[in-house]
Write a protein that binds this ligand. Structure first.
Ligand SMILES: NC(=O)c1ccc[n+]([C@@H]2O[C@H](COP(=O)([O-])OP(=O)(O)OC[C@H]3O[C@@H](n4cnc5c(N)ncnc54)[C@H](OP(=O)(O)O)[C@@H]3O)[C@@H](O)[C@H]2O)c1
Length: 265
């Protein structure tokens, strides 16, 4: 698939971009996305939900309309499959015209040991969290860049700030995605398109409910509030949520490698 080249624009960033009205959510069944969608529904926004399960999408659509969403469209797709991306994008472009915000929320976190012993698992983690994510973001980026408006946001993780023994495969996919978003932000800035990197600390969702101490992880409702605020342009380009993780990771990044490699974390 090729994407039409676009002329490099030299005009300064638009200030501020149009208000968030129509939001595409890639990975709408994620625990974090569910809370984001509920908050957006209460604000009467229009939503396009993309996820794998048609049945869950139908349930979500009904629920969000009751909660106040102005309009909820759905599209079923396996987002790890790049062959399906063109259809997702065309559906958004044709039936959800002039969408202004895209939130990429899907992801996977396999057991680290499985990623060390199975190359298939390792590659699957890369495919879901990095390869497919960068592919679909690139499709949507070209459209927003051409229109000179909007916001692209993607959920990476604090795990991408420093690779740890216990989850470096997942962490490296998120770190790579964060770097990609950094470059994309720079590319889209002249066109007036925002790019937000969302870095949650541990959150109570189905992804983490098997982990020890998961009851002490952040409430997805709080994380969703931070995300919605960021989408509304009241936050920096890189959002740490809950906020304390900005300071924790600043400290963690300072630990010298000679010490860090000895830590069994
Ligand atoms: N929870 C945390 O502590 C935490 C911390 C930092 C970052 N994050 C990131 O936050 C994002 C949301 O995760 P979550 O915590 O909300 O976990 P979650 O509830 O387990 O959500 C993961 C979502 O990804 C979807 N997904 C996986 N592979 C997919 C594919 N091939 N096509 C379409 N959808 C796919 C799943 O869809 P199905 O419903 O079809 O399985 C599910 O909705 C992820 O990127 C995660 O890495 C989470």
């Amino acid at each position: 698939m090729t994407i039409a080249a676009h002329p490099t624009t030299t005009r300064p960033a638009a200030t501020p971009a149009t208000a968030m009205k129509k939001i595409v959510i890639l990975g709408a069944t994620s625990g974090i996305a569910l809370e984001v969608q509920r908050q957006l529904a209460r604000q009467g926004r229009e939503l396009l939900l993309v996820a794998r399960s048609p049945q869950r999408l139908a349930e979500l659509q009904a629920d969000l309309l009751v909660r106040g969403a102005h309009n909820v469209s759905t599209y079923s797709a396996d987002l790890a499959s790049i062959q399906q991306h063109a259809a997702v994008f065309e559906f958004a472009r044709r039936t959800f015209r002039d969408f202004d915000t895209v939130l990429l929320a899907y992801g996977s976190m396999h057991d680290q040991e499985d990623s060390e012993t199975s190359i298939d698992v390792l590659l699957q983690e890369l495919q879901v969290n990095f390869v497919s994510a960068t592919a679909i973001l690139t499709l949507f980026a070209a459209d927003l860049e051409r229109r000179g408006t909007g916001c692209l946001a993607a959920i990476t993780s604090v795990a991408g700030d420093r690779a740890r023994r216990s989850n470096y495969v997942y962490g490296s996919t998120k770190g790579a995605l964060s770097l990609f978003l950094q470059g994309l932000r720079s590319r889209l800035h002249p066109a007036g398109v925002r790019v937000i990197t969302i870095k949650p600390g541990p959150v109570q969702t189905p992804m983490t409910d098997h982990l020890p101490n998961s009851a002490r992880f952040a409430d997805p409702e709080q994380v969703a509030r931070d995300i919605v605020r960021a989408l509304e342009r009241r936050s920096p380009d890189v959002l740490y949520t809950p906020r304390i993780w900005r300071y924790i990771m600043t400290a963690v990044r300072q630990i010298p490698e000679t010490i860090f490699k000895r830590l069994s974390i």
